[in-house]
Design a protein around this ligand. Structure first.
Ligand code: SF4
Ligand code: ZN
Length: 300
């Protein structure tokens, strides 16, 4: 099959590699414009992991916006350190400043140390539950000096996250969905320029641009998200357009919930002062559980 624009061989979405890259970048800039995600006069923090999606996002945004990369080092030897090494070089080549914040520095323990502890083993928790809470907390905390925090979440991520949060009966998810989160005291607005692009479209872009890191998988990842991803992909095959329809329906529910005055996170944590729906936020609860002597949080 030939490219829709030129006579070269089509590789993705009916485009050759050159025109696919152009199409993809235009889609990203269109979402940014249509949903007023970012503006050239703003200071933008870009959450980066060293993986293909966030490298692609950083690369594209750096063409038009004032960006700084922010990465979180959870302390997962053989995984995050390898990705961070590649990321440092990537940011250097791009001329973008990279700031790295670690669990060890901020909470006194690496994720590896937490997971290896007896307390964790008896807790019934999964590493991802602790990791996700800590990472979101640190990104929000350190992006506060910026106007927005851009993340590389794509359509597949968002559908999976909604389904997983429904399974867990987590109503706070409504605050986080959408191409841009609403303005709320204590929270940096999160913008998701890949919001309407599928995982495989982002992967194709990253592949064509040479942004794929050396394959390595987090040793703590477990099946729930990949099971949900499989389920969602099967539904998309049976009902083409499922992912987009699903997320549009959720965005409507969010609008209705906002009209009803749905509120959450309307307190501040009495330990660290960050926004929280309970007197002590989830991060402080976990830190004090696994590292009771750690007082640094009180300084926030
Ligand atoms: Fe953290 Fe889980 Fe992701 Fe590993 S797979 S980096 S533990 S959230
Ligand atoms: Zn707290």
């Amino acid at each position: 099959m030939k490219c829709k624009i030129c006579n070269d061989k089509a590789v993705m979405n009916g485009f050759c590699s050159k025109h696919y890259v152009e199409w993809f970048e235009n889609q990203v800039f269109k979402t940014i414009k249509d949903y007023q995600l970012l503006s050239p006069d703003e200071k933008i923090a870009v959450a980066v992991s060293g993986g293909k999606d966030s490298k692609s996002l950083l690369y594209i945004l750096s063409k038009k916006f004032n960006v700084t990369a922010i990465a979180i080092d959870e302390g997962i030897p053989g995984y995050r350190d390898v990705l961070l090494e590649g990321l440092r070089q990537f940011c250097k080549d791009l001329g973008v400043k990279l700031k790295v914040y670690s669990f060890k520095q901020e909470f006194g323990l690496t994720l590896r140390e937490i997971v290896d502890s007896r307390k964790f083993k008896n807790s019934g928790l999964k590493p991802c539950s602790v990791c996700g809470v800590f990472r979101r907390y640190l990104l929000n905390k350190h992006a506060k000096s910026f106007d927005k925090l851009a993340t590389a979440h794509n359509l597949d991520d968002e559908v999976q996250t909604v389904i997983m949060n429904v399974f867990k009966n987590n109503k706070d998810l409504l605050l986080r969905i959408g191409p841009i989160t609403s303005k709320k005291k204590g929270f940096v607005q999160r913008a998701k320029p890949f919001y309407f692009l599928k995982e495989k479209q982002v992967a194709a872009y990253a592949f064509l641009k040479g942004f794929l890191p050396r394959f390595n998988e987090c040793p703590f990842s477990y099946g729930l998200r990949s099971n949900v991803a499989r389920l969602v992909n099967n539904l998309e095959v049976k009902m083409p357009g499922f992912k987009k329809n699903f997320i549009q329906a959720f965005l409507k529910i969010k609008q209705l919930a906002a009209k009803q005055g749905f509120e959450s996170f309307n307190n501040v944590c009495k330990v660290c002062g960050e926004p929280s729906s309970k007197p002590v936020c989830k991060t402080c609860e976990l830190v004090l559980r696994f590292n009771p002597g750690f007082k640094q949080l009180l300084k926030v």
